[in-house]
Design a protein around this ligand. Structure first.
Ligand SMILES: [Zn+2]
Length: 332
């Protein structure tokens, strides 16, 4: 009901020739009813506004003791990287952080000693829902103080892709299957290791000189008609032999031929952050090597399960498989 509805009602009342008092009563009643609906719409709009404000408030939580938690966003999708900050008004106590019940690393931001920051990886297949980022420290009397911010994870919208690859990569024989499982075990052991030291120094960059963007992240894959796990990295189409560079400083923890990812290099950057480079034609480093940012580590190829030469670049942050392009943007 709106203003037009009121006009029609008034006209109807006049035509029926009611007495003045009746007319007035009716008029006042209609007016009230009209205002009522107006107020309802206004209240609804205001509630919407406040919900918006609330969204921003969730990205910044004020904690007791002059601390604040800040997230670059309180709403995110699967396979993303969030930048988390702990800010102290005066001095920073010794804090411990947890993301979704698992210990998370924080390191100083700048030299003021008043801000710590860290990366929160949201795994590619993390179910949609609300998750807690928790920070704990000791209060004045030594009592533990806990403060937390909630992150809402939404389902990612990833396209499904149908590809045809060699039969052995969809239906491996028992020996190939065993090899693939051993590779998986090796990778799990690597990602379970959190080096308690920051090995990178500065911003991360893309692993190819001329690349500007990588694609295919998160795509659900159907290989030779069979559903397979989603694509956990970004692909850069490139000619075989193109030089591949370390995205940042770190330590090579794997440099070998794996069943699905072919010639593969994994670099540990510290604090549970790993980059992976797959399908290389040549590997130019070995496990245990310390590499500088931009060091050449191999050449683009088409080894393992591929449809053609390209570089597959993966990023794992404390077990979460996330879109590697995002670490370039976050500048941790
Ligand atoms: Zn790939």
């Amino acid at each position: 009901m709106g203003e037009a509805g009121l006009d029609v009602s008034v006209v109807t009342v006049l035509w029926e020739g009611k007495q003045g008092a009746d007319f007035m009563r009716s008029f006042v009643w209609k007016c009230l009813l009209s205002r009522f609906w107006f107020a309802m719409v206004a209240a609804f709009l205001f509630a919407g506004l406040f919900r918006q404000t609330d969204t921003h408030a969730q990205a910044m939580v004020k904690c007791p003791g002059g601390l604040a938690l800040k997230l670059n966003s309180a709403f995110t999708g699967q396979g993303t990287l969030l930048l988390a900050e702990v800010i102290a008004v005066k001095s920073m106590p010794e804090v411990k952080a947890e993301w979704n019940g698992r210990a998370m690393e924080l390191w100083p931001k700048g030299t003021s000693g008043k801000t710590l920051h860290g990366l929160i990886g949201v795994d590619l297949e993390k179910p949609a829902g609300k998750y807690e980022w928790k920070v704990i420290w000791a209060g004045k009397e030594g009592n533990p103080i806990t403060c937390s911010a909630l992150v809402t994870v939404r389902n990612g919208k990833f396209p499904t892709e149908k590809l045809t690859v060699e039969k052995q990569f969809v239906q491996p024989d028992p020996e190939q299957q065993k090899r693939a499982e051993e590779d998986q075990k090796k990778m799990r052991a690597i990602f379970d290791t959190v080096t308690a030291e920051r090995l990178w120094d500065g911003a991360f960059h893309l692993p190819l000189k001329d690349a500007t963007t990588g694609g295919n992240f998160g795509r659900r894959r159907v290989l030779n008609g069979q559903a397979r796990s989603p694509h956990a990295g970004v692909d850069f189409p490139a000619l075989k032999g193109t030089a591949v560079f370390a995205a940042q400083r770190g330590k090579v923890v794997l440099a070998e031929d794996l069943y699905y990812s072919g010639n593969t290099v994994v670099i540990d950057h510290g604090y549970g952050i790993y980059t992976l480079y797959a399908h290389l034609s040549e590997i130019e480093v070995k496990a245990g090597d310390a590499v500088e940012s931009n060091a050449e580590i191999g050449k683009v190829g088409a080894t393992g399960r591929v449809t053609g030469p390209h570089l597959h670049w993966g990023l794992t942050v404390q077990h979460a498989r996330v879109n590697a392009m995002q670490i370039v943007a976050r500048e941790p």
